[in-house]
Design a protein around this ligand. Sequence first.
Ligand SMILES: [Mn+2]
Length: 332
Amino acid sequence: MLFYTHNPSKFAFSRETSDIDNIDNLKNIDSHFSLKSLETPKAETQKVFGLVGVPFDSTTTYRPGARFGPAAVREASYNFENYNLTFDCNLDVSLFDFGDLEVVPGNFKKTCHKLEDTVSELLNRGLTPIIIGGDHSISYGVLKAIKSHKTQNSFSDVTVIHFDAHMDIIDCYAGEKYSHATVMRRIFELAPQKIIQLGVRSASREEKDFVGKHNIKTHEITVNTHEEPQIEYFTASDIRQDMGLIENILDEIEGPIYLSVDIDVLDPSEAPSVGTPAPAGISAWHMEKIISILARKEVIGLDLVEVAADRRGDITSINAAKILYDFLCLQD
Ligand SMILES: [Mn+2]
């Protein structure tokens, strides 16, 4: 690239992908993986991130346009300084933006297979995946690849943190098993240790009952939690009323964490261009606080979905890009 130019088709802080074989960090991670397996503590190596966009929105149920999410978030990423004043740090992590997955519009299964292969390739190279959707259905493909990469036992240590206005945990939506409305049920079936839902404010009675049955802290629990994942949820109202409690709970999480961020977790005043807007959400300030805790933990992957922005300067894309920006700045 020439001096004084930038390439908005890549995330702002991406390195040239042709440099990927020339960085020491990646070699260190590779050797750690081969010598000590996945038990190597995170702190011993600095992570290297591989970013891929998934412009797929064929399971959207209300407002289409999440196929434009990867382009919109990348373009918005050029609004940020290399120095992050909020956290007093620079963004100097190794990030490689590989562009977009070649999706098959209208066909979730084919798209999901391609995504699994791509994420597996990132993982095999020692890269931590950052996937920009796309509608929320794609998160299943990312986690399926992560589960295949880890052994069954090590996947059962994973905590999935799910930011969303919606529970997305119904078994079938309009007869479909694979949808942005059922994605957490499919992820539940992959059997991570736990799913924590943050910012929810919309669910069917069936979804609420299902979640209640798997919540170890309620009296409704009826299942053997050693076999099925636990689920805990905090509404947007819970977060706004007692942020300190949420911070403590997140701070206590141990082991590997996967983050799935549906941007509609934010209030529609801060993220209007989403597939399924829901009033009375959390704010970018809450998100900033939460990310500052989670970014320093053992995050094994992240997806950011449901940005359906159709014009430049849309606040939804800027708030979405800020989540990635803050997260990456805090990887020191
Ligand atoms: Mn949602």
